[in-house]
Design a protein around this ligand. Structure first.
Ligand SMILES: [Zn+2]
Ligand SMILES: [Zn+2]
Length: 160
């Protein structure tokens, strides 16, 4: 019986030896100062009185994968044509329970991309909790992002 050698992870070893630049800022979510660049996310929503709230977060790769990518994955895999499909609990939002959250994501070396997530009020509150805790509240610049900006033809695959 011949045992094959385990595949060697040559690339990652070489990477570790190099002096990789550490990001200037810690990740807003996990607090780690990771190697490489951080993505920047502006996460916004409208409060009941119509005022826009926007938080900025600097996110490391792992935290984008953990926090944002699952939403896009859920929408991509949703077996529905509904435009009000909540990516948090993966079911349709009906009527006044709709509480959208808008994310503008700047991945390193990429143009900003806007995403509109149609959420249940309760799901939105769950999603926004860590954002209000860890994010940086942005001054209201009067920029209005509305449902009219959320084209259903967006290419979700770019985010994963
Ligand atoms: Zn992180
Ligand atoms: Zn939901």
């Amino acid at each position: 019986m011949v045992l094959l050698p385990a595949p060697r992870r040559v690339v990652s070893r070489q990477n570790r030896k190099e002096h990789s630049p550490v990001s200037l800022y810690p990740c807003s979510s996990c607090g780690q100062r990771t190697k490489g660049r951080l993505a920047t996310a502006y996460i916004a929503w409208f409060k009941a009185d119509g005022a826009r709230t926007c938080y900025k977060m600097r996110l490391c790769f792992d935290c984008v994968l953990r926090n944002i990518a699952p939403l896009n994955k859920a929408l991509r895999e949703a077996d529905t044509t509904s435009l009000t499909w909540c990516p948090i609990c993966k079911s349709e939002v009906v009527g006044s329970d709709l509480d959208p959250t808008y994310v503008t994501m700047y991945l390193p070396k990429s143009e900003g991309q806007e995403f509109a997530y149609q959420m249940h009020a309760a799901c939105a509150a769950k999603f926004r909790g860590p954002v209000t805790q860890d994010g940086i509240l942005q001054p209201d610049r009067g920029v209005i992002l509305g449902p009219q900006d959320s084209s259903p033809t967006q290419d979700w695959s770019q985010v994963v």
